[in-house]
Design a protein around this ligand. Structure first.
Ligand SMILES: Nc1ncnc2c1ncn2[C@@H]1O[C@H](COP(=O)(O)OP(=O)(O)O)[C@@H](O)[C@H]1O
Ligand SMILES: [Mg+2]
Length: 304
């Protein structure tokens, strides 16, 4: 890690692959994560996100390929990698029958912080996570959002340059999700921490600097949210139809090409190939793509 140059990527995987028996959970993954960015790792359940994360964190050896984290090969130096990053696993790592303060002091101890320094940092981090008032409450008695903030607090006590968060907000209400993302933005923007985060909330994906979509262990698309929308080979239209089936029938009747037709909220939406023109008899309003539309495009196309 001493040899690291400022421009070096914080995470770099090359052909990262993990096979369980005859099943390839992560398949030839190439990722580059820049310093001080929020990198979103997006994919359906079972697409291989946690397996990739466990290899990146030095918790699982790859079957093939490499992961370098902060300039260090994770398979060769798993202990060094584990000590230098902050990791929040998908399952809670909190001790429910210890208080908020005791949980933090315990994790501070694991990172080898001396007593005085440990107390100081726990106090600071508690305030930052808006948990000072909960200091003496058992972790088991916290709300979902408070638990996530406590887990985040425990993961940043040693001031890691990289935070790896596996679905941190899946059990959290919308207000807590917003607060949590504000904290992540502060850490990345103000302090230069790199954040690697998995989510299946597309509104969260929108907040990332860079995104990679994973499907069946493979990266199927990557880029900034704006670039992914700009470069999508399809345009979005809203059709005044009662159902996706009716919209599809109308498009077929007009011989209009389409990639996908689906219901989104109260709208029927269609993705039309970018270079195709809609026949005038199709009643459709052009609309702005959301990340959800981009995800639908890639997800359904690859499934065939
Ligand atoms: N230790 C394991 N042994 C066998 N199969 C596994 C193991 N861990 C994960 N898998 C399989 O690998 C696939 C990807 O799992 P995972 O990485 O947890 O996906 P995600 O986090 O995207 O939901 C799943 O089909 C899962 O069942
Ligand atoms: Mg997972």
């Amino acid at each position: 890690m001493q040899n690291e140059t400022p421009a070096a990527p914080v995470i770099e995987t090359r052909d990262l692959t993990r096979v369980f028996g005859s099943y390839t959970a992560v398949d030839g993954l190439n990722l580059t994560v820049r310093r001080a960015s929020i990198f979103g790792f997006i994919g359906a359940n079972g697409s291989g996100k946690s397996t990739a994360i466990r290899m990146i964190c030095g918790l699982l050896p790859p079957t093939r390929g490499t992961a370098r984290v902060l300039g260090c090969d994770t398979a060769a130096h798993p202990e060094r990698v584990k000590q230098s990053i902050g990791y929040m696993s998908q399952r809670s790592s909190l001790y429910e029958n210890l208080t908020v303060w005791e949980n933090m002091m315990f994790y501070g101890g694991l990172y080898g912080l001396a007593q005085e320094e440990r107390r100081r940092r726990c106090t600071d981090v508690l305030a930052r996570m808006q948990l000072t008032e909960k200091r003496d409450v058992l972790a088991g008695g916290l709300s979902g959002g408070q638990k996530q903030r406590l887990a985040l607090g425990c993961a940043i006590l040693h001031r890691p340059a990289l935070l790896v968060l596996d679905e941190p907000t899946s059990a959290v209400d919308p207000t807590s999700r917003r607060l949590f993302w504000n904290l992540l933005s502060e850490m990345a923007g103000g302090e230069g921490t790199t954040v690697f985060v998995t989510t299946h909330f597309m509104d969260e994906a929108e907040h990332c600097d860079e995104i990679a979509f994973l499907q069946a262990g493979r990266k199927i698309a990557a880029g900034s949210p704006a670039a992914l929308k700009d470069e999508l080979p399809a345009r979005l239209y809203v059709l005044p139809c009662e159902s996706a089936g009716a919209a599809e029938a109308a498009l077929r009747a007009a011989h209009a090409p389409f990639d996908e037709v689906y219901v989104f909220g109260r709208q029927v939406r269609a993705l039309i190939p970018r270079d195709a023109a809609l026949p005038p008899e199709v009643r459709a309003q052009p609309a702005e793509l959301s990340m959800e539309d981009v995800f639908i495009y890639y997800d359904r196309r690859r499934r065939g």
